[in-house]
Design a protein around this ligand. Structure first.
Ligand code: MN
Length: 549
């Protein structure tokens, strides 16, 4: 069996269009701040993503600014990017001039930029959402694509809800979009309704019947409502699609988008089935996955294909026996291929700073500046005092906790709790505030975490709604570090809103936070302060005032 492709014939490429920062960020609670978006965009470039959809610039001035900075700072070549060309930065726009102008202004400073505009084509959307007929739909597409083309050579058009549109009508719309100048036609299964056979057929039908089909790149954008996003995407590739729209860890609204790692690794692992290749450097997958998971607070399920914690764990005795004889008995992919390096180096109390520094860099965190690196190493040394062995998972948790955090308006200094089945849970907390002053307070709660959060609320002077709370052991063993992941929503007075491009409705933003410690209460408090800092930064930013559109 051939696990990693060693065929050297130049194969046709399928372009990877990542929409983690647009469709992914649209999932409830996945709000990212600008710095986080920039970090993710840089990692996407190192991963070898061809096109990065950086956001929906009209949604709010904050979203515009994030896309603009990504275009300016990540649009040019990024160190460590595998392919020779800079990443294309795309901005999403509904099919109207104002949206398109905003999208263009946001992406134009990138050396390679794209406008992605869309309009629904299914009868149900035309009739109930847009309240226009088919003829008006075609006119609007022609007008939007032509306008985009006056500013930008690279124009993508998507007929929203194509999966439920009349294929003959699609042929008509898409033919007009090509005539108006579209260079990529993206077919979305917006509601995750189709099956692989149907969707593959649709792509083949559209390519065969649309006038001018040979002059454009055909793309697909699938959703996972029925768990078929990856299968549908691959069926489309088999039928001629040469761009796949995906997100890291498959994040996205509802059940999510097609996951990048699944599509890429299917193509990589089965070269005989998919006679095609991608520009992705698969060894960067794990780092991208972990970064997106920490920043969005959306944890990866342990049994998730490719990036789940158990994806490469072989526990059954019979499997382990086989694996010891020959790894290929049960392993179709090597963990190293996706960047899961088995640590040969055991770090602990007696390891020097240089050893920690080297391991952090080996894990892919090559862009930490000197101060961040020192901070992470010092923290690891302190954890090593409490815990005998430091694993890669510990390092990832600490780097996420120390470095991948929002600007610190409030900082947790100390926390002390008392709890148990007789005592009332009580927490005493010390925070450093925005002016640098230290404030202490105490509170009661139903348990130690509740008490800690109540005390923090008293100090900060707000009481957000906790919408999700999770705690995970980073590694096995009684002395494991805990990683807390939470999500909060602002209380009514301070809510911030964003615009959903598909529904046109505004939704209240939620903020995620994460924290790690060998003490679960400390990890929980750190996660809470991190989420609060995100919420406060967003609220203070006038750019994020409610959007009325
Ligand atoms: Mn979508």
């Amino acid at each position: 069996m051939n696990r990693d492709s060693d065929v050297h014939v130049e194969k046709e490429k399928v372009l990877v269009f990542d929409t983690t920062l647009r469709d992914g960020e649209q999932s409830p609670g996945a709000t990212l701040n600008v710095e986080e978006k920039l970090d993710i965009a840089r990692q996407l470039s190192r991963l070898g993503v061809d096109i990065c959809e950086a956001g929906f610039p009209i949604a709010s001035p904050g979203d515009f600014e994030a896309v603009r900075r990504i275009a300016e700072e990540v649009g040019p070549m990024v160190e460590g990017r595998p392919s020779g060309e800079p990443m294309v930065i795309a901005g999403l726009a509904r099919a109207n001039k104002e949206d398109i102008q905003h999208a263009y202004d946001a992406v134009k400073s990138a050396p390679r930029h794209r406008i992605h505009t869309f309009l629904a084509t299914s009868d149900i959307h035309l009739q109930y959402k847009l309240k226009i007929d088919r003829e008006e739909c075609i006119d609007q597409v022609i007008e939007a694509v032509s306008f985009a083309k006056t500013m930008c050579d690279d124009v993508e058009f998507s007929p929203e809800d194509a999966g439920r549109s009349d294929p003959q009508f699609l042929v008509q719309v898409l033919g007009e979009a090509i005539k108006a100048g579209a260079t990529t036609l993206n077919i979305p299964d917006t509601v995750g309704y189709t099956t692989p056979e149907e969707f593959g057929w649709l792509i083949q039908y559209l390519i065969e019947n649309t006038p001018g089909a040979d002059n454009v790149v055909w793309s697909v954008h699938c959703h996972n409502d029925l768990g078929m996003a990856t299968a549908n995407t691959l069926a489309a590739v088999k039928n001629g699609a040469r761009q796949v729209e995906v997100t890291i860890n498959g994040i996205g609204e509802r059940a999510g988008n097609t996951s990048l790692e699944e599509v890429v690794m299917a193509i990589h692992t089965r070269p005989q089935v998919f006679d095609i290749t991608t520009n992705i450097d698969t060894s960067q997958i794990m780092l991208a996955s972990q970064m997106v998971s920490s920043f969005t607070g959306m944890l990866v399920q342990p049994n998730k294909a490719i990036v789940g914690a158990n994806a490469f764990a072989h526990e059954a005795g019979i499997h382990q026996h086989g694996m010891l004889q020959n790894e290929q008995t049960y392993e179709i992919m090597r963990p190293e291929t996706v960047g899961l390096t088995a640590s040969k180096l055991v770090l602990g109390k007696h390891s020097g700073k240089a050893a920690y520094k080297k391991r952090i860099e080996e894990l892919g965190y090559t862009d930490l500046d000197g101060a961040d690196l020192r901070q992470a190493v010092n923290r690891l040394k302190r954890v090593a005092d409490k815990k005998k062995v430091i694993t890669d998972a510990d390092i990832r948790a600490i780097v996420a906790d120390e470095i991948y955090q929002p600007p610190e308006t409030w900082k947790l200094n100390q926390i002390q709790v008392s709890c148990g089945d007789v005592a009332m849970a009580t927490a005493t907390v010390s925070l450093t505030g925005p002016d640098g002053e230290e404030i202490r307070d105490a509170a009661l709660g139903t348990g130690p975490v509740d008490a800690a959060y109540q005390a923090i609320n008293r100090i900060v002077g707000i009481s957000p709604k906790l919408v999700e709370y999770g705690i995970n052991a980073v590694t096995e063993g009684m002395d494991a570090q805990a990683e807390a992941s939470i999500r909060i929503e602002a209380d009514n007075g301070g809510a911030t809103y964003a615009l959903n491009p598909q529904t046109g409705a505004t939704f209240q933003r939620a903020y995620s936070g994460h924290g790690a410690s060998t003490d679960i209460v400390v990890a929980s408090a750190r996660a809470y302060v991190s989420a609060l800092n995100k919420l406060l930064a967003d609220r203070d930013d006038d750019a994020h005032a409610a959007v009325e559109l």
